[in-house]
Design a protein around this ligand. Sequence first.
Ligand code: ZN
Length: 303
Amino acid sequence: MLQGIHHITAITGDAAGNVQFHAGLLGLRLVKTTVNHDEPGVYHLYYGDEGGRPRTLLTFFEVPGAAPGQPGGGMFHSISWRVPDGASLDFWERRLTEYGTRVERGEGSVRFADPEGLAHVLLARGTRDDDRPAQADGVPDEHAIREIIGVEAISLKPERTRAALVEGLGMADLGDTLVVGSGEHVGSVRLHDEAVSRGMPGGGTIHHVAFASPDDHHKRWRERMTDAHLLPTQVVDRIYFRSIYTREPGGLLVEVATNGPGFAVDEDPEVMGQALVLPPWLEEHRAVIEARLTPIENPRAPR
Ligand code: ZN
């Protein structure tokens, strides 16, 4: 069985503002500052909990200057996060409002969007002993955002998407919601029933969603995806995890990523995220890459 949502990757047109919002305001930890391996002149920024663990990871590809996109068919959108309780929702309603973010308070939820329009929902779902909330100025541990528990999917062909996620990725079909994983390692995908025309990629839209696999089951997931006619890619080494991708028939790009080895594989976990890390094959181009990248300010970096 897969083990929930490993990470969600979205697009940002404004890397500096993106760090300010997610690390500064939301208090997530920038756990890795690196470049897009497939396009090394731009950032790939990873945010997560204090340990940068699977199920807490929101990542962004930078497309400098990209205008906000429009979610639509073939795209995921709206990320649900677990926060502890009603007092946490009060805290986030206040904090977000203070910083000028429009908030919609519901029964047991707080909804808002990042400055580029990426929708978020905070849900009061309790704490767990193994929570490792990110340490951030102005965000007390008891209210810190814990983990990603769900995402919405808009498909060009909902019934084919449902079949792909159930047969290829082993999700449980609960009607409008598909459940991936069980117990404490669980996430949900809410599938919109109506086919919708294609969305427009851009800032604030989700590029893909990755589901978590135990390292030793990863190859078998590829076989299962192949058997379900999902035409998966080969296994790709992303240094922090290994990945298999497929664009399912409803247009959604999905990934199955290993839990390990994680973000401490090339940096001291105490300071990870603060310096620009390049994969070994790009190290010789560091000066050129650094000169091209947008300056960003990590709130945790020493001043
Ligand atoms: Zn990914």
